[in-house]
Design a protein around this ligand. Structure first.
Ligand SMILES: N[C@@H](CCC[C@H](N)C(=O)O)C(=O)O
Length: 277
Protein backbone atom coordinates (compact mmCIF):
# COMPACT_ATOMS: atom_id res chain seq x y z
CA UNK A 1 0.00 0.00 0.00
CA UNK A 2 1.52 3.33 -1.09
CA UNK A 3 -1.45 5.63 -0.91
CA UNK A 4 -1.23 9.33 -0.20
CA UNK A 5 -4.27 11.41 0.66
CA UNK A 6 -4.70 14.44 -1.59
CA UNK A 7 -7.18 17.10 -2.59
CA UNK A 8 -7.63 18.73 -5.98
CA UNK A 9 -8.64 22.35 -6.43
CA UNK A 10 -8.54 25.25 -8.85
CA UNK A 11 -8.68 29.02 -9.03
CA UNK A 12 -9.95 30.35 -12.37
CA UNK A 13 -9.08 26.91 -13.80
CA UNK A 14 -5.44 27.08 -12.73
CA UNK A 15 -5.46 23.67 -11.04
CA UNK A 16 -3.49 22.13 -8.23
CA UNK A 17 -2.89 18.93 -6.32
CA UNK A 18 -2.98 19.67 -2.57
CA UNK A 19 -1.16 17.73 0.12
CA UNK A 20 -1.21 18.27 3.87
CA UNK A 21 2.04 17.57 5.64
CA UNK A 22 1.87 19.38 8.99
CA UNK A 23 5.08 17.86 10.35
CA UNK A 24 7.15 17.86 7.17
CA UNK A 25 7.23 14.07 6.92
CA UNK A 26 6.57 13.70 3.18
CA UNK A 27 9.33 12.58 0.85
CA UNK A 28 8.27 15.03 -1.87
CA UNK A 29 10.91 14.92 -4.60
CA UNK A 30 10.60 16.42 -8.10
CA UNK A 31 9.72 13.07 -9.68
CA UNK A 32 6.81 12.61 -7.27
CA UNK A 33 5.54 16.11 -8.05
CA UNK A 34 5.72 15.36 -11.79
CA UNK A 35 3.83 12.11 -11.23
CA UNK A 36 1.08 13.74 -9.15
CA UNK A 37 0.64 16.58 -11.66
CA UNK A 38 0.58 14.24 -14.67
CA UNK A 39 -2.90 14.45 -16.25
CA UNK A 40 -2.82 10.87 -17.51
CA UNK A 41 -0.69 8.83 -15.12
CA UNK A 42 -1.35 10.84 -11.96
CA UNK A 43 -3.95 13.18 -10.46
CA UNK A 44 -3.27 16.13 -12.78
CA UNK A 45 -2.54 19.76 -12.12
CA UNK A 46 -0.62 22.84 -13.25
CA UNK A 47 1.16 22.67 -9.93
CA UNK A 48 1.17 21.26 -6.42
CA UNK A 49 0.58 22.93 -3.06
CA UNK A 50 1.91 21.33 0.10
CA UNK A 51 0.57 22.70 3.38
CA UNK A 52 3.36 22.36 5.94
CA UNK A 53 3.93 24.11 9.24
CA UNK A 54 6.58 26.79 8.73
CA UNK A 55 8.73 25.49 11.59
CA UNK A 56 9.62 22.55 9.32
CA UNK A 57 10.72 24.75 6.38
CA UNK A 58 14.50 25.37 6.64
CA UNK A 59 14.50 28.51 4.44
CA UNK A 60 11.69 30.19 6.44
CA UNK A 61 12.92 32.68 9.04
CA UNK A 62 9.57 34.18 10.04
CA UNK A 63 6.86 33.08 12.48
CA UNK A 64 7.31 29.31 12.92
CA UNK A 65 3.62 28.79 13.84
CA UNK A 66 2.06 29.79 10.51
CA UNK A 67 1.16 27.40 7.71
CA UNK A 68 3.58 27.55 4.78
CA UNK A 69 2.50 27.21 1.15
CA UNK A 70 5.16 25.01 -0.45
CA UNK A 71 4.46 25.53 -4.17
CA UNK A 72 5.85 23.31 -6.95
CA UNK A 73 5.36 23.60 -10.71
CA UNK A 74 4.12 20.59 -12.70
CA UNK A 75 7.67 19.91 -13.93
CA UNK A 76 8.81 19.48 -10.31
CA UNK A 77 10.55 22.84 -10.01
CA UNK A 78 10.10 25.05 -6.94
CA UNK A 79 8.59 28.53 -7.29
CA UNK A 80 8.42 31.39 -4.85
CA UNK A 81 4.76 32.30 -5.11
CA UNK A 82 1.48 31.36 -6.73
CA UNK A 83 -1.44 33.78 -6.65
CA UNK A 84 -4.22 31.39 -7.68
CA UNK A 85 -2.63 28.72 -5.53
CA UNK A 86 -2.77 31.05 -2.52
CA UNK A 87 -6.57 31.29 -2.76
CA UNK A 88 -6.92 27.54 -3.25
CA UNK A 89 -4.56 26.98 -0.32
CA UNK A 90 -6.72 29.24 1.86
CA UNK A 91 -9.92 27.46 0.80
CA UNK A 92 -8.30 24.09 1.55
CA UNK A 93 -7.24 25.14 5.06
CA UNK A 94 -10.63 26.71 5.77
CA UNK A 95 -12.56 23.64 4.61
CA UNK A 96 -10.31 21.50 6.80
CA UNK A 97 -10.92 23.75 9.82
CA UNK A 98 -7.20 24.53 9.92
CA UNK A 99 -7.27 28.32 9.58
CA UNK A 100 -9.57 31.25 10.30
CA UNK A 101 -10.29 34.32 8.21
CA UNK A 102 -8.23 36.40 7.83
CA UNK A 103 -5.05 34.45 8.34
CA UNK A 104 -1.39 34.84 7.46
CA UNK A 105 0.75 32.16 5.83
CA UNK A 106 4.32 31.78 4.67
CA UNK A 107 5.55 31.55 1.09
CA UNK A 108 9.04 31.66 -0.40
CA UNK A 109 8.21 35.26 -1.36
CA UNK A 110 7.37 36.18 2.23
CA UNK A 111 4.34 36.42 4.50
CA UNK A 112 0.94 36.71 2.77
CA UNK A 113 -2.61 37.22 4.09
CA UNK A 114 -5.86 35.67 2.87
CA UNK A 115 -9.39 36.73 3.78
CA UNK A 116 -12.93 35.87 2.72
CA UNK A 117 -14.67 38.78 1.02
CA UNK A 118 -18.16 39.20 -0.42
CA UNK A 119 -19.46 36.97 -3.19
CA UNK A 120 -17.64 33.92 -1.87
CA UNK A 121 -14.36 35.36 -3.14
CA UNK A 122 -10.93 35.37 -1.52
CA UNK A 123 -8.59 38.36 -1.34
CA UNK A 124 -4.87 37.74 -0.96
CA UNK A 125 -2.09 40.23 -0.25
CA UNK A 126 0.54 39.75 -2.94
CA UNK A 127 3.40 41.89 -1.65
CA UNK A 128 5.03 44.50 -3.88
CA UNK A 129 4.84 44.19 -7.69
CA UNK A 130 8.04 45.79 -8.94
CA UNK A 131 8.21 46.88 -12.56
CA UNK A 132 11.74 46.49 -13.91
CA UNK A 133 13.77 46.73 -17.08
CA UNK A 134 12.63 46.28 -20.68
CA UNK A 135 13.09 42.81 -22.19
CA UNK A 136 11.73 40.77 -25.09
CA UNK A 137 9.87 37.54 -25.69
CA UNK A 138 10.05 35.74 -29.03
CA UNK A 139 7.20 33.46 -30.11
CA UNK A 140 7.27 31.61 -33.45
CA UNK A 141 10.00 33.92 -34.75
CA UNK A 142 8.22 37.16 -33.79
CA UNK A 143 9.80 39.29 -31.05
CA UNK A 144 7.58 41.28 -28.68
CA UNK A 145 8.77 44.14 -26.48
CA UNK A 146 8.01 43.71 -22.81
CA UNK A 147 8.78 44.71 -19.26
CA UNK A 148 10.08 42.63 -16.40
CA UNK A 149 7.93 42.53 -13.28
CA UNK A 150 8.86 40.95 -9.96
CA UNK A 151 5.88 39.66 -7.95
CA UNK A 152 8.06 37.52 -5.71
CA UNK A 153 8.44 35.33 -8.79
CA UNK A 154 9.68 36.56 -12.15
CA UNK A 155 7.49 37.75 -15.02
CA UNK A 156 7.92 39.29 -18.44
CA UNK A 157 4.84 41.24 -19.56
CA UNK A 158 4.29 42.09 -23.24
CA UNK A 159 1.45 44.27 -24.49
CA UNK A 160 0.19 43.11 -27.89
CA UNK A 161 -2.47 44.07 -30.37
CA UNK A 162 -5.89 42.58 -29.49
CA UNK A 163 -5.94 40.74 -32.81
CA UNK A 164 -2.60 39.07 -31.99
CA UNK A 165 -3.43 37.70 -28.52
CA UNK A 166 -5.61 34.72 -29.58
CA UNK A 167 -3.21 33.75 -32.36
CA UNK A 168 -0.06 33.31 -30.24
CA UNK A 169 1.29 29.76 -30.15
CA UNK A 170 2.21 29.24 -26.49
CA UNK A 171 2.72 25.48 -26.74
CA UNK A 172 6.47 26.16 -26.48
CA UNK A 173 8.20 28.47 -23.98
CA UNK A 174 8.84 31.94 -25.45
CA UNK A 175 12.53 32.76 -25.92
CA UNK A 176 13.50 35.48 -23.46
CA UNK A 177 15.97 38.27 -24.15
CA UNK A 178 18.46 39.28 -23.09
CA UNK A 179 18.96 35.65 -22.04
CA UNK A 180 21.45 36.56 -19.30
CA UNK A 181 18.74 38.60 -17.54
CA UNK A 182 16.68 35.44 -17.01
CA UNK A 183 18.96 32.90 -15.32
CA UNK A 184 15.92 31.18 -13.78
CA UNK A 185 13.61 31.82 -16.77
CA UNK A 186 10.26 33.59 -16.18
CA UNK A 187 6.53 33.45 -16.55
CA UNK A 188 5.53 35.31 -19.72
CA UNK A 189 2.26 37.24 -20.04
CA UNK A 190 0.81 38.74 -23.21
CA UNK A 191 -2.02 41.19 -22.77
CA UNK A 192 -4.08 43.89 -24.38
CA UNK A 193 -6.20 46.68 -22.92
CA UNK A 194 -9.96 46.12 -23.00
CA UNK A 195 -12.72 45.31 -23.17
CA UNK A 196 -13.65 48.60 -21.51
CA UNK A 197 -11.42 49.35 -18.53
CA UNK A 198 -10.36 45.69 -18.17
CA UNK A 199 -7.21 43.93 -19.34
CA UNK A 200 -7.12 40.61 -21.21
CA UNK A 201 -4.23 38.20 -20.78
CA UNK A 202 -2.73 34.86 -21.78
CA UNK A 203 0.26 33.30 -20.06
CA UNK A 204 3.03 30.79 -20.53
CA UNK A 205 4.04 29.68 -17.05
CA UNK A 206 7.55 28.67 -16.17
CA UNK A 207 7.47 25.02 -15.22
CA UNK A 208 3.88 24.39 -16.34
CA UNK A 209 3.37 25.63 -19.93
CA UNK A 210 0.34 27.61 -21.04
CA UNK A 211 -2.22 27.67 -18.24
CA UNK A 212 -5.76 29.06 -18.17
CA UNK A 213 -4.85 31.54 -15.46
CA UNK A 214 -1.89 32.82 -13.44
CA UNK A 215 -2.59 34.98 -10.39
CA UNK A 216 0.88 36.45 -10.06
CA UNK A 217 0.74 36.98 -13.84
CA UNK A 218 -2.42 39.09 -13.55
CA UNK A 219 -0.71 41.17 -10.87
CA UNK A 220 2.33 41.60 -13.13
CA UNK A 221 0.14 42.72 -16.03
CA UNK A 222 -1.85 45.12 -13.83
CA UNK A 223 1.39 46.57 -12.43
CA UNK A 224 2.86 47.04 -15.91
CA UNK A 225 -0.34 48.77 -17.06
CA UNK A 226 -0.46 50.86 -13.87
CA UNK A 227 3.05 52.14 -14.60
CA UNK A 228 1.42 54.08 -17.48
CA UNK A 229 -2.17 54.44 -16.29
CA UNK A 230 -1.67 54.97 -12.57
CA UNK A 231 -2.46 52.74 -9.59
CA UNK A 232 -5.92 51.40 -8.90
CA UNK A 233 -8.15 48.38 -9.27
CA UNK A 234 -8.57 46.52 -12.55
CA UNK A 235 -10.30 43.39 -13.80
CA UNK A 236 -8.04 41.01 -15.68
CA UNK A 237 -9.72 38.51 -18.00
CA UNK A 238 -7.89 35.21 -18.40
CA UNK A 239 -9.08 32.14 -20.33
CA UNK A 240 -10.22 30.57 -17.05
CA UNK A 241 -12.27 33.52 -15.75
CA UNK A 242 -11.84 36.96 -14.22
CA UNK A 243 -9.60 38.23 -11.45
CA UNK A 244 -9.55 41.58 -9.68
CA UNK A 245 -6.18 43.20 -9.03
CA UNK A 246 -5.48 46.22 -6.86
CA UNK A 247 -2.09 47.83 -7.41
CA UNK A 248 -1.14 50.30 -4.70
CA UNK A 249 2.12 51.79 -3.54
CA UNK A 250 4.17 48.95 -2.12
CA UNK A 251 1.43 46.29 -2.09
CA UNK A 252 -0.83 44.48 -4.55
CA UNK A 253 -3.99 42.49 -3.80
CA UNK A 254 -5.59 39.71 -5.82
CA UNK A 255 -9.25 38.73 -5.49
CA UNK A 256 -10.99 35.77 -7.10
CA UNK A 257 -12.65 32.44 -6.55
CA UNK A 258 -11.22 29.12 -5.45
CA UNK A 259 -12.78 25.68 -5.34
CA UNK A 260 -11.83 22.32 -3.88
CA UNK A 261 -13.24 19.80 -6.35
CA UNK A 262 -12.13 16.41 -5.01
CA UNK A 263 -10.40 14.54 -2.24
CA UNK A 264 -9.02 11.04 -2.42
CA UNK A 265 -6.03 8.77 -2.20
CA UNK A 266 -3.40 8.17 -4.86
CA UNK A 267 -0.90 5.33 -5.22
CA UNK A 268 2.56 6.93 -5.38
CA UNK A 269 5.16 4.67 -7.01
CA UNK A 270 8.12 3.92 -4.79
CA UNK A 271 6.81 5.76 -1.73
CA UNK A 272 5.61 4.60 1.63
CA UNK A 273 2.02 5.29 2.65
CA UNK A 274 1.28 8.71 3.99
CA UNK A 275 -1.86 9.88 5.75
CA UNK A 276 -2.88 13.43 6.43
CA UNK A 277 -1.87 14.69 9.83
N1 LIG B 1 0.07 29.79 -11.38
C1 LIG B 1 0.72 30.61 -10.43
C2 LIG B 1 2.20 30.84 -10.62
C3 LIG B 1 2.96 29.56 -10.35
C4 LIG B 1 4.46 29.72 -10.31
C5 LIG B 1 5.06 30.04 -11.65
N2 LIG B 1 4.81 29.05 -12.66
C6 LIG B 1 6.57 30.25 -11.44
O1 LIG B 1 7.38 29.36 -11.78
O2 LIG B 1 6.93 31.31 -10.95
C7 LIG B 1 -0.05 31.84 -10.06
O3 LIG B 1 -1.29 31.75 -10.06
O4 LIG B 1 0.54 32.85 -9.70
Amino acid sequence: MRSWEFAKGHGTLNDFVLLRDRHGMMDLDAGTVRFLCDRRAGVGGDGLLRAIKAEHVPEWDGDPDVWFMDYRNADGSVAEMCGNGARVFARYLWEGGLASTPFEFGTRAGLRRAERVSGGLIRVSMGPATVGAPATATVAGVTYAGTRVDVGNQHLVCEVDPAVLPTLDLTQPPTLGPAEDFPASANVEFFHRGPGEALTMRVHERGSGETLSCGTGTVAVAAAAAAHDGAGSVTVHVPGGDLQVEVNDGEAFLTGGATIVATGTVQVPGKASYQLD
